[in-house]
Design a protein around this ligand. Structure first.
Ligand code: NAP
Length: 267
């Protein structure tokens, strides 16, 4: 049997556990995690300037907003915070209200993967909108920076060099987080995929070519040496949105098990 979980495995309407019931395979103690990204037809997620680039349109922004509103956490790498300064808030008023009605905060937790605590204090995601913020740092972070950021966000020290993503996800699970949406960037996507921490992937493919060897692609990092070691995907759905296409993929963990090179396991 394939070793993967789907978003549906973690819906709010899970059946009550019956007394004496035996579970053959315990659920992994991490939230379900999916990546959403927009890329050009040549696979670039930004230009050579590595700045936020409009690749999709209004209908796709709305699709992304709905995914945000359904998530417990929106996670990004510090590279994305420094390049794009996103607020990562839920934009539609009715979606924020629906979250409140359901007893949640207006916005999902905003989580930054940031070994050295470089998140600027005036970053939009720290300033805009209600909701918790968590900065995951490693032991590389300077205490002074942790102190400053600790005034506006929860700080979680996990990992010696880089952020230990498995541990971070487990900590989020322990805090009740069941669904994580990752919104970039390339290096974080690589670490999560190569460590088999991703369940699904939404890629919007836009009607443009950005080119440039140094422009970031959907997945950066060290890369796999051969295709056999690569992460395998199953296409779940396709939809034409604006002038491009949304592809929804399931990540097949079994296919990559044992061969994925965990280049980021230095944490
Ligand atoms: P990133 O993936 O957002 O962040 C990477 C950084 O996170 C690392 O350099 C590292 O910095 C930190 N980090 C800490 N622990 C890590 C770990 N275990 N694994 C990976 N990273 C870890 O940055 P990026 O690759 O430069 O991507 C940013 C680019 O993506 C920008 O050009 C942005 O515009 C683009 N982007 C595009 C989209 C889209 O959908 N089109 C979405 C988001 C971003 P430290 O060592 O300092 O901690």
């Amino acid at each position: 049997m394939a070793n993967y979980v789907t978003l549906a495995d973690f819906t709010a309407n899970e059946p009550e556990e019956q007394e004496g019931e035996v579970h053959e395979a315990p659920r992994p103690e991490r939230p379900v995690l999916f990546i959403n990204a927009a890329m050009s037809a040549d696979g670039k997620i930004a230009t050579i300037q590595r700045k936020q680039t409009r690749i999709s349109g209004a209908n796709d922004f709305d699709r992304v907003d709905a995914l945000r509103a359904e998530s417990d956490v929106i996670m990004v790498g510090i590279g994305t915070v420094l390049a794009d300064n996103p607020s990562l808030t839920v934009k539609a008023v009715q979606r924020r209200e629906a979250r409140k009605k359901a007893g949640k905060e207006e916005n999902p937790w905003r989580v930054v993967v940031d070994s050295k605590a470089r998140t600027p204090l005036d970053a939009e995601l720290l300033q805009k909108g209600e909701g918790k913020r968590l900065i995951a740092v490693s032991q590389q972070a300077i205490l002074e920076d942790i102190d400053q950021l600790g005034k506006v966000a929860e700080i979680l020290v996990c990992g010696t060099e880089r952020v230990d993503l498995k541990r971070l996800l487990h900590e989020l699970w322990l805090r009740g987080v069941r669904r994580v949406m990752v919104e970039g960037g390339a290096e974080l996507n690589w670490s999560l995929l190569s460590q088999q921490l991703v369940d699904e992937l939404y890629t919007y493919v836009g009607n443009m070519i950005l080119g440039g060897e140094t422009a970031p692609t959907l997945v950066g990092g060290a890369g796999f040496e051969d295709a056999a070691a690569g992460v395998k995907l199953e296409l779940l759905d396709t939809e034409r949105v604006d002038e491009g296409m949304v592809l929804r993929w399931r990540v097949l963990h079994e296919a990559a098990a044992g061969v994925a090179k965990e280049q980021d396991a230095t944490a």
